[in-house]
Ligand binder design. Structure first.
Ligand code: BG6
Length: 521
């Protein structure tokens, strides 16, 4: 760890200087013709190359069934980069350097000879480390994970436990990681037949977001907030991940997933775990993940009767979004006209541990809401009802701290202040910290960070087996409660509004109200 003195008052403490230099390696992307590769993975690798973050020597190999050559694949990726790169225009010199490391291997995932071809391609690389240090990125359907790792093992490309002489091999898997606890458990078993848990890196792209990572920094590198972070001071916590867009072309996927599986099981429970967890004993991946699992395990189980009281689902019907007409979910392509799938979910959860006992955690997410924004709002307890609170007849705003995860990334504190003038007036005011203003507009994409961590072998930002399974347990209990029940009128919401009336009622039971994210001014 090094400490850089910038000025009398500014000190940066770099925590990753102790990290071992990243060794040369090859990154093999299975499902390379898919959307994820062109939209996220290649732009992320291009930027990592541009920022000189990748090892001095590396290769990227796309593995897919479609017939193309390395040249034609590079041309395709170059074209896609115009659209998906976060920096424009694309730097042609950097691209040319990067593209020289990019190769294509045509093959069917089910065909053993395709893996022999991959092996031959790797053998052709000059450095032994490029042949042995292998990051396998499975951007395929989860139903194919099992056979891919088995074929890799049979082709002698994947060694369980990573003996030193065998280099290292890691498997990165994308969501959805199963569709319930049983399937996630089976998937985990399939992956760990030929790789150890330490070699499996399960992605949740929310953990790659700067502001999500900042939750831990904010909590554990400041003394003033952490001591307020408990049941004595916090009244309740709201976590909102609202999305403006509809399910669009993803109707088929959404009919299987719904908001609960698509957003709550992974992104929202991960944010909740970071907000609520105890301080880890160190910054090691296992220490942090232990605390996250403990938090998830402390969530009070939900019986079907609890689900009826504590969980609300919703589905959008036709409305107006940004002044334009938006069709209802049931009219979207590949959606059943009588579908009961939720495009919105709101939950009231309790964390039964010493710190959080009795504090409601409200989570909500939905499509076709008025604003795309993710934030965590920590609402503190009100002041005693004397003095100003008594004089304001219950209208004195309680203090709140908002972590804005996206957009307008930053942190705000809301407190009360005197309205200037001869009369005595109190009203809420805000103090803002904004990432852009403080650090400039540089925000790397989540995948840049995640790919880099996977190459470096740091699993902190990836989901461990027990985390994913505990999260499914929570989601399964909610789905059980919904089993066989159709949506009621109180669960529909017009596109472009903040969700169904039932979600307002959920908070009203405890005298709370949703605080909607505010548009950037
Ligand atoms: C994905 C979900 O995991 O996350 C999408 O499948 C959702 O439905 C997306 O839109 C949200 O991610 P972000 O980074 O845009 O907040």
């Amino acid at each position: 760890m090094t400490t850089i003195q910038l000025s009398d008052e500014t000190t940066i403490c770099r925590l990753d200087d102790d990290r071992k230099a990243v060794e040369p390696c090859s990154i093999v992307i299975f499902g390379a013709s898919g959307d994820l590769t062109a939209r996220k993975l290649i732009p992320a690798l291009y930027h990592l190359h541009k920022d000189k973050q990748l090892p001095p020597s590396y290769r990227v190999i796309g593995f897919a069934r479609r017939e193309k050559t390395s040249e034609s694949w590079r041309a395709e990726l170059r074209e896609a980069l115009n659209q998906f790169s976060r920096t424009k225009p694309v730097d042609e010199t950097v691209w040319a350097e990067f593209a020289a490391n990019v190769h294509y291997c045509m093959g069917d995932l089910t065909d053993p000879t395709a893996y022999a071809k991959l092996e031959a391609l790797l053998t052709g690389f000059n450095s032994p480390l490029l042949r042995k240090n292998l990051l396998f990125y499975l951007a395929t359907s989860p139903s194919q994970f099992g056979q891919v790792v088995e074929h890799l093992h049979n082709a002698n490309l994947l060694h369980k436990h990573n003996h030193l002489a065998d280099g290292w091999q890691r498997i990165v898997v994308e969501k959805p990681f199963g569709h319930d606890l049983t399937s996630a458990h089976l998937l985990n078993n399939e992956l760990t037949r030929f790789a150890s848990e330490q070699q499996v890196f399960r992605i949740d792209h929310y953990l790659g977001k700067e502001t999500v990572q900042n939750i831990l920094m904010f909590r554990f590198s400041n003394s003033i907030f952490e001591r307020l972070w408990n049941r004595d001071m916090v009244d309740h916590i709201q976590i909102t991940v609202s999305e403006k867009h509809s399910v669009g072309g993803r109707g088929g996927y959404y009919e299987e997933a719904g908001a609960l599986r698509d957003m709550v099981q992974n992104h929202m429970l991960q944010v909740l775990a970071l907000v609520g967890m105890e301080p880890p004993v160190s910054l090691e991946a296992e220490a942090i993940r232990n605390e996250k699992v403990k938090l998830l395990q402390s969530i009070r189980p939900l019986s079907p009767a609890d689900v009826a009281k504590q969980v609300v689902r919703g589905q959008y019907f036709a409305g107006v979004l940004d002044g334009k007409p938006q069709t209802g979910y049931r009219q979207e392509t590949k959606v059943k006209p009588d579908s009961n799938v939720e495009t919105y979910a709101a939950l009231k959860l309790f964390v039964d541990n010493w710190r959080w006992s009795g504090v409601p955690f409200y989570l909500r997410t939905g499509k076709c809401l008025p604003l795309g924004a993710s934030e965590v709002r920590v609402q503190f307890r009100p002041t005693p009802r004397v003095l100003f609170a008594a004089a304001c007849a219950g209208k004195l705003d309680p203090n709140a701290l908002t972590l804005r995860l996206q957009p307008n990334e930053g942190i705000s504190i809301r407190f009360n202040g005197k309205v200037p003038g001869t009369q005595v007036g109190v009203r809420p005011v805000r103090m803002h910290f904004s990432y852009d203003t403080e650090f400039g507009a540089y925000t790397p994409e989540a995948y840049e960070r995640l790919l880099l961590e996977a190459v470096a072998g740091d699993a902190t930002l990836f989901i461990r087996r027990d985390e994913v399974e505990t999260a499914w347990q929570i989601v399964d209990s909610i789905r059980n409660g919904w089993e066989g029940k159709s949506l009621t009128n109180r669960e529909f919401y017009a596109a472009g509004t903040w969700g169904p009336i039932a979600a307002e009622e959920l908070l009203a039971q405890s005298g709370h109200v949703w605080r909607d994210p505010q548009p950037v001014k």
